[in-house]
Ligand binder design. Structure first.
Ligand code: AQP
Length: 327
């Protein structure tokens, strides 16, 4: 049995990238493990959020967790801001971090570049808060997409730094990459990852998109003029991205896909990619619609917060004892 933790920000509507890179894997690993899955709303406010939207998306994300297969009897599902130890330990992890190492984070550089001269300090201190999220549960495995590798490295560094300074308090966690997971790229700029906060809505497939919109977006996805379904990320990033998506949702290898579409061109391939994506997302959308407005969802989150709090408080107590941070 392993202790598993992961989280997703309610910073926009969830994308196919979030699903294939992370969420799908959450449900797969819950059997026989102690799992904590969090709606990380305090991470979302590292860039400005509209309060009503943030509130609505927090609930929607929790419903999507369940719709995607999380079983509240097996996994603890909760909202980050309802367990105060996250920000408390986040502050401690911030004090252990160096500005230089935080400034080297790719996510910080990408997001800071969009903010001109007014870069929120929370963007820089995002990784120590993420480290706190993970370390509070004595987590062993963290299922995330490969874009989070750098943040996982700094989480491990901070845990080791703390243990060296104050004694063995934290378990050192490992990243758990989905073996069939993939980094899903933007449909319009396929060298950039698909993101829920991308302003270009045609670049992104949202989990709750209507089938006709999914079809339209995939049909308009950027490809090249060769018209041959062939995997070559450098020379053909657009078609390779669609092949990655198709491989992930149909469980086929790139070679099998190339053989099946030899001489067929992009039109029929794109139609099949759209159909395959729709058939994976439709049942999730139906479960989501049945769940999102129910009191059962609140029940799950209330119980989840209490369970998460009990575990987090025990770790936090060890932290403040080790540091002399008590009266
Ligand atoms: N394009 C992607 N392909 C594969 N995995 C992805 N993830 C995100 N985008 C892709 C994985 O989804 C989880 C959600 O992470 P998050 O919400 O905490 O933040 P993120 O990685 O910054 O996701 P987004 O969609 O890009 O959000 P915004 O736009 O708000 O920054 C993580 O496990 C991530 O690896």
């Amino acid at each position: 049995m392993s202790i598993i933790f992961s989280g997703i920000q309610p910073s926009g509507n969830l994308t196919l990238g979030n699903y294939l890179g992370a969420l799908r894997n959450f449900a797969k690993v819950q059997d026989g493990n102690e799992c904590y899955y969090c709606v990380v709303n305090q991470h979302a406010i590292t860039v400005p959020q509209d309060p009503q939207m943030l509130h609505a998306r927090t609930r929607q994300l929790a419903a999507i967790y369940l719709a995607a297969g999380l079983d509240p009897d097996q996994s603890t599902l909760f909202v980050q801001s309802e367990v105060p130890e996250h920000v408390q330990l986040g502050w401690i992890m911030t004090t252990l971090s160096y500005v230089g190492e935080l400034e080297r984070m790719t996510q910080y550089k990408d997001k800071a570049a969009k903010r001109g001269d007014s870069i929120p300090a929370g963007l820089l201190t995002y990784p120590p808060l993420m480290a706190a999220d993970i370390l509070l549960y004595q987590t062993e495995l963290v299922p995330v997409g490969d874009d989070q590798k750098q943040h996982m490295e700094i989480t491990r560094d901070l845990a080791q730094r703390f243990n060296r300074l104050y004694g063995e308090v934290f378990t050192i966690p490992d990243i758990l990459l989905a073996h069939d997971g993939t980094r899903v790229m933007s449909l319009q700029e396929p060298t950039k990852k698909m993101s829920k906060s991308d302003e270009n809505q045609t670049a992104t497939i949202y989990l709750l998109d209507e089938p006709k919109d999914i079809e339209k977006k995939i049909k308009r996805a950027q490809t090249d003029s060769e018209n041959a379904v062939r995997y070559d990320v450098k020379a053909k990033p657009g078609i390779s991205n669609l092949m990655d998506i198709y491989a992930a949702v149909t469980d086929q290898s790139h070679e099998e896909i190339e053989a099946a579409y030899a001489g067929k061109g992009y039109g029929s391939f794109k139609k099949d990619v759209a159909d395959a994506v729709i058939s994976v997302l439709e049942p999730i959308q139906q479960r989501y619609a049945a769940l999102v407005a129910t009191p059962e969802l609140d029940d799950v989150l209330t119980k989840g917060a209490a369970k998460a709090h009990a575990k987090a408080a025990a770790t936090y107590e060890n932290v403040i004892r080790a540091m002399g941070l008590y009266r």
